[in-house]
Design a binder for this molecule. Structure first.
Ligand code: HPA
Length: 275
């Protein structure tokens, strides 16, 4: 018989506990160009993904591939610098496996960040957007297959996958820092090609405000496990067909560089309120 998911979670979590000797309370997943937050960790132990049992390795440019356990503003956190994407060829349940390991370690609240294209015409590159909800358009779910009831229910509720209370808190923190925070719907695509202009018009019709190639599998797994999620997108570019120019990963990285400080200050102020 194949190894159960619960067993894989336990083995990976035991390895992390043995190496870090810490019990993280808050989980953070940092998207493209946003990994700099890791530099603010104190007393951190850094683990390579490839050394953690059942973790795959990350391949994308702009994504490091390290798990850090330590303190951020005095809060014990576990932080993923770089994540796994389905477009790399990973099954959705592998993409989201680290979230399950976090839960196994005792994490109840998860902050997920990503770089995303702006679909809403009022947005501008450099805007930060709280994710209010998502459209899973990847065609895949990490929950397909046998359900292990110890992990979560067969048919989990997704009506508040992105916690209202945490969004409220994030808005208050942003306001106190004079940061404008958008709030909108994130469309999760499989990628890796950026969307066509026709696809972007479709997404807008469907109610999307931003589009990206990550996050949805992680959040489905977090919801399944009963975790509370706060999601934040950095609008790194306008989505395809909005401006008369091609999209590039270079533009995505340039914008995340430009927004880095604002993003950092916001997240550093939010983390203590997640514990
Ligand atoms: N589309 C999909 N994913 C993205 C984009 C985009 O425009 N920008 C950053 N990630």
């Amino acid at each position: 018989m194949s190894t159960s998911m619960k067993k894989m979670m336990s083995v990976a979590a035991a390895y992390i506990t043995e190496k870090s000797k810490m019990t993280p309370k808050v989980g953070l997943i940092l998207g493209s160009g946003l990994g700099v937050l890791a530099d603010y960790m104190e007393n951190a132990v850094t683990l390579k993904y490839e050394d953690i049992p059942y973790f795959p390795t990350s391949t994308v440019e702009g994504h490091a591939g390290e798990l850090l356990v330590g303190e951020l503003k005095g809060v014990p956190v576990i932080l993923m610098k770089g994540r796994f994407h389905m477009y790399e060829g990973y099954a959705p349940e592998i993409t989201a496996f680290p979230v399950r390991v976090m839960k196994q370690l005792g994490v109840e609240r998860l902050l997920v960040t990503n770089a995303a294209g702006g679909v809403n015409l009022e947005y501008e590159p450099g805007d930060l957007m709280l994710i209010s909800d998502h459209l899973n358009l990847t065609g895949k779910s990490p929950l397909v297959g046998t359900n292990e009831a110890e992990i979560g229910p067969r048919f989990p509720d997704m009506s508040e996958a992105y916690s209202k209370a945490l969004r409220q808190m994030a808005h208050e923190v942003a306001a106190s820092q004079g940061i404008t925070l958008r709030e909108g719907v994130y469309a999760g695509m499989l990628g890796p090609a950026y969307e066509t202009p026709a696809e972007i018009r479709m997404l807008r019709t469907l109610g999307a405000d931003a589009v990206g190639m990550s996050t949805v599998a992680e959040v489905i797994v977090a919801s399944h496990a009963g975790m509370e999620v706060l999601g934040m997108s950095c609008i790194s570019n306008m989505a395809a067909g909005i401006l008369d120019q091609p999209l590039s990963h270079g533009e995505v990285m340039e914008t995340t560089d430009r927004v880095r400080e604002t993003f950092l200050n916001l997240v550093l102020a939010i983390v203590p309120k997640l514990q």
